[in-house]
Write a protein that binds this ligand. Sequence first.
Ligand SMILES: [Zn+2]
Length: 100
Amino acid sequence: MLLITQLTAKTKKQNRMKKEISRKEAKEQIDIFFGKEKFSEKEVKKIKTLAMKFNIKLSEYRKKFCKKCLTKLNGKIRIGRNYKTVECGHCRYRNRFKMN
Ligand SMILES: [Zn+2]
């Protein structure tokens, strides 16, 4: 509840300054973002906030960055029975993804 209140307060403040974007535009921005070769931790944070604001599921894109340090995921991959584990080359955190 607190989070929602904070988010609305923030949106109200930004309304005057920034041009509001639609959900479709937000989705496009996310698609473009993850199509890039490189991205930084800061950019991932921004994109995550954007996705949250519009309730957009990152689904497949979640596998592109480390859950812990948010840098581009790029490391050892281990495949288990139900999970795929990707060790982050940056912070060594093991990211687990459910296999479909
Ligand atoms: Zn990491």
